[in-house]
Design a protein around this ligand. Structure first.
Ligand code: IFM
Length: 477
């Protein structure tokens, strides 16, 4: 950014030879519709499960909702100008299903589509590649009322919605991802219930996971038919899972959590089968009777890319009597059939989410996807950290977040050196936003949002990231 009052943050870029990324590396930042747009009842938009959930007492910290969020719906042109000032090569956003197809079925809503057409045109006009995610958790409420993701029909509704968006935006968007983090939709939404729609049933969570992937496969087929030249993929949130010791019971605990967190999605999508150990682990929960002949062929419809979201590592151990369950997303009910597994904290530095900072885990995760699953181009579609920020003299010096990005970019570079075809990196998030069950109490943004005035202040990490993008790299350490 060229603002004389705000020189680039002093940091690692000031020393040494550079660590350069491959030419054309796609440097971006990501957001999601419900987390930033606001305008919850405008332009024909109808409620999603997150509107209902956040308006239900006790579900979201301090009763926060996405009604206004970052008011991006009204401030979109200036937000895109800010992205251009940061030098972003790409912007990953999600389309709000209930904005473009109110109620989740039937015809498109012209006003809703128009917002995304204007967004995409604004991005292209600034030389920023649009990266569109179809589903970042905002299921139209009537589809939840009809059974939600545990119901098979929702997969078909999702494919219809994908087609409708492809018809409207397919001429100007090259990069498409179907789902964002289906593990969260399935296991936090229907297993632990800490996310919308707030249901808590292990079998429903497993069914939801399957139907999300079925919807993904059907959507890929619809998109491919409509736009053969598009680059299509899915975004999964992956975690290395490490046993706390080499005791066989701990190693087995790690195998079980790895099956639920990672292989539940990677195997069907990239290999066309469920892991056999998963079915055995879940035998008390479900008989997988919801999986029909032909589903796995649909789910494994060929892709052009895989998006990986990386935040942390799970370290797990076998149960011990009387141990306290961990809070939030490590709640036992997130892990049907493996509720007894303990999540171990190692005492290493954590972010404001209490997530352990584990930089090598990014290299490990990218290498695993490439070496065990696929030669497809990979993109880090999210990586970032929440920290407590403060505005001092009009500036936000987020040194911890900057260091987090720096370390993870080094880990990404290491993966490239190890042969991973990593083609891009999206910082989570462009701006502070509605952090789901945590409301506005957690800040992940490179840009500070003042939720009273809606002022935007690029933090030190944003100015540093702009410089990384400009140089296409970092200084070597
Ligand atoms: O804010 C979320 C995002 O919506 C999905 N991935 C993880 C982020 C941080 O929790």
């Amino acid at each position: 950014m060229s603002n004389p009052d705000h020189p680039p943050a002093v940091g690692v870029l000031d020393q040494g030879p550079e660590l350069i990324f491959p030419p054309g590396f796609l440097w971006g930042a990501a957001t999601a519709a419900y987390q930033i747009e606001g305008a919850a009842t405008e332009g024909g938009r109808t409620p999603s499960i997150w509107d209902t959930f956040s308006h239900t007492e006790g579900r979201v910290v301090a009763g926060h909702t996405g009604d206004v969020a970052c008011d991006h719906y009204h401030r979109m042109p200036s937000d895109v100008r800010l992205m251009a000032e940061l030098g972003l090569k790409s912007y990953r956003f999600s389309v709000s299903w209930p904005r473009v197809q109110p109620g989740g079925s039937g015809p498109a809503n012209a006003a809703g589509l128009d917002f995304y057409r204007r967004l995409v045109d604004e991005l292209l006009g600034h030389g920023i590649e649009p990266w569109l995610t179809l589903y970042h958790w905002d299921l139209p409420q009537p589809l939840e009322d009809a059974g939600g993701w545990p119901a098979r029909d929702t997969a078909g509704r999702f494919a219809d919605y994908a087609e409708l968006v492809a018809d409207a935006l397919g001429d100007r968007v090259t990069y498409w991802t179907t789902l964002n983090e289906p593990w969260c939709s399935a296991f936090l939404g229907y297993g632990s219930g800490v996310h919308a729609p707030g249901r808590s049933d292990g079998a429903d969570a497993v069914r939801a996971g399957h139907h999300l992937m079925l919807g993904h496969g059907l959507a890929v087929q619809a998109l491919r038919a409509s736009r053969p030249e598009a680059q299509l993929g899915i975004t999964v949130n992956l975690y290395p899972v490490t046993p706390a010791s080499d005791a066989p019971a701990d190693v087995d605990a790690a195998r079980r959590i790895d099956a639920l967190a990672n292989r539940f999605f990677l195997d069907p999508v990239l290999r066309g089968s469920y892991p056999t150990d998963l079915a055995a682990d879940l035998r008390e929960v479900t008989d997988f009777g919801h999986v029909r002949d032909g589903d796995l062929a649909v789910i494994s419809t060929p892709l052009d890319l895989v998006g990986v979201n990386y935040y942390s590592r799970h370290v797990v151990a076998a149960p011990v009597e009387g141990a306290e369950p961990e809070p939030y997303w490590r709640a036992p009910s997130c892990w049907p059939g493996s509720e007894d597994v303990r999540f171990v904290t190692r005492g290493v530095p954590v972010t404001d989410m209490n997530w352990e900072i584990d930089t090598p885990g990014l290299t490990e995760t990218l290498r695993r996807v490439h070496e065990e699953y696929s030669d497809l181009p990979l993109y880090v579609t999210e990586n970032g950290s929440a920290f407590v920020d403060a505005v001092v003299d009009g500036q936000v010096d987020d040194v911890d977040r900057l260091a987090y990005f720096d370390a993870h970019l080094r880990a990404a570079h290491e993966a490239i050196n190890a042969g991973v075809p990593l083609r891009g990196y999206f910082a989570w998030s462009l701006m502070d936003n509605f952090e789901w069950a945590w409301g506005y109490t957690k800040r992940f943004g490179m840009v500070w949002i003042d939720y009273d005035s809606q002022a935007r202040i690029p933090k030190s990490s944003a100015r540093w990231y702009a410089e990384v993008i400009r140089r296409n790299g970092l200084a070597a350490q």
